[in-house]
Design a protein. Structure first.
Length: 173
């Protein structure tokens, strides 16, 4: 039996917050009143909207390791902000993720693999933009009850984004 992406994510939260039955649904994690759904399989926009309407306070974390889009970092030259770049996504062909995250109304985070994640600020059928956040920081924030979307990239000293995670850096300033 393999240890799935979904199971591995859920295991990072205290046991009493995992697999919580709420009415006819089972939330992956419910912590500090927030439901966190970890989605590795395709989900229809209708299913996504139904869950959002049922749970109300929720966040999506999608498995985007096998992605059908390209992404890169865009540098924003503000000398007052450390790690000041944002991520831009562009679809190549059909991306089932976009069918979901551009229609959803709840916060959406993409797990690109390892510690690399993107917290989307916006998406449409052709792509989206967001900020980088590392998995240890995200889990730390969630366990502390902090569910606010970061405005800037969040890093822990000693944990770097994978080299292949930033295939192209452009300047916009």
């Amino acid at each position: 039996m393999s240890y799935s992406w979904h199971t591995e994510w859920i295991s990072r939260f205290p046991k009493n917050y995992r697999e919580i039955v709420i009415g006819s649904h089972r939330a992956d994690v419910k912590i500090h009143g927030m439901v966190i759904e970890f989605q590795s399989a395709a989900i229809t926009p209708g299913e996504m909207i139904e869950r959002e309407n049922f749970y109300h306070r929720m966040i999506w974390v999608f498995d985007a390791r096998k992605r059908d889009f390209k992404w890169w970092a865009i540098e924003d030259r503000d000398p007052n902000v450390e790690h000041n770049f944002y991520c831009e996504l562009r679809v190549i062909g059909y991306a089932w993720l976009l069918d979901s995250w551009c229609r959803g109304k709840r916060p959406t985070i993409l797990h690109l693999g390892g510690n690399d994640m993107i917290w989307l600020h916006g998406a449409d059928p052709t792509g989206g933009v967001g900020v980088f956040i590392q998995r240890p920081i995200l889990i730390e924030r969630f366990n502390a009850g902090n569910f606010s979307r970061p405005q800037n990239n969040l890093y822990k000293p000693g944990i770097n984004l994978c080299q292949e995670s930033i295939p192209k850096v452009e300047s916009v300033g």
